[in-house]
Design a protein around this ligand. Sequence first.
Ligand code: ATP
Ligand code: MG
Length: 303
Amino acid sequence: MDDLELLDELGKGAYGTVRKVRHTKTGVEMAMKEIRLELDDAKLNAIIMELDILHRATEPQIVEFYGAFFIESCVYYCMEFMDAGSLENLYDGRCSVPEDVLARIVGKTVRGLRFLKDELQIMHRDVKPTNILINRRGEVKLCDFGVSGQLEKSLAKTNIGCQSYMAPERIKGEYQNMLGTYTVASDVWSLGLSIVETTMGTYPYPPETYSNVFAQLQAIVHGDPPQLPDSYSETARDFVARCLEKVPSRRATYAQMLEHPWLLGDEARGLDGVDMRGWVKQALMRKAARKEREREQQNDAAA
Ligand code: ATP
Ligand code: MG
C-alpha cells in the first residue's frame, strides 16, 4: 500500500470500494478494489494464492491483473484502469447504443467469456453491465470473474441484492441450497439480460414494479424472458432470444454465438468498421452533461 498514491473513487459495489491509484515507482495508474472480509490470515492467504492464476489471464478481452495483497481483513486487488468505466456508465436511456456498437461490445464480451472457459476452465459467475469495462480507445474487457472459490464462499453470505442477473436455474438452485444445475449456460443468460439492460437503459426487472424480491425472482423464473426493443434488427433480437432461453440446455453456446449472423456481421465490419472511440466519447459527454444538469437542478432547489 505504501507504493500506491490514492486518487479518485471510481465506484462502490456491494462488497467494497474501487479507487483509482498510482503506483508511485512506475507511474502506472491502476484500479484498486477493496473487498472487506471477516476472515483469518490463512483464508486470506488462500484467496491471494487463488487470485494468482489471474496472472495467466492475459487476453485482450480480460482486464489485466497487477496483483493482490491483504491488510487486516481487507483484500486489495489491483487491475488495469479502464478510463471510460463500465457499460452501465455509458448507456443512457432507451436505444442509446447503436446496433453496430452493441454487436461489437457483445462480440468482445463473448470472446472474453469463451477465453475464461476454454483457457482457464472457469465460469464468470457475475456477468452484468458493471463488470463489462470500456476505455476511451473503445476496448471492451471483463472483470470480476469467479477465479477464487474461497473468495466466492466468503462473499456468498450477503444477499443477492435487488438486481439479480442470475439465470432461472440458478435462482431455483439458490432456493434448493445451491444444488441447482448451474453451468456456463447461466453466464449466457446473464449476458442476455445485460444486453437488454444496455438497450433499455434500465435493469429489465425493475424492483419498483414488484412488491418484494421474491415476486421479482418469481418473474425471472416463471415469466417470459425480456426482449431487445423493436428498433433493433431481427438478427439482433434473435441473438438475444437465444441467450435468454429459459431452459439452459436450449441456450446458445459461445461457439454458436460466434457463428450467429449477428456476430459474423460484426466481424465482417472489421477493426475500423465500428467507431467505438467516437461512441465512447459521445457517451462520456452525454454523461457529463447529465451530471451538470443534475448539479444545476440541485443548486436551483437549494436556492
Ligand atoms: P457488485 O459489488 O455487485 O459486483 P459492481 O460491479 O458495481 O457491483 P464493483 O465491482 O465494486 O461493484 O465496482 C464498482 C464500480 O467501480 C463499477 O461499477 C465500475 O464503474 C468501477 N470499476 C471497477 N473496476 C474498474 C476498473 N478496472 N477501471 C475503472 N473502473 C472500474
Ligand atoms: Mg464489479
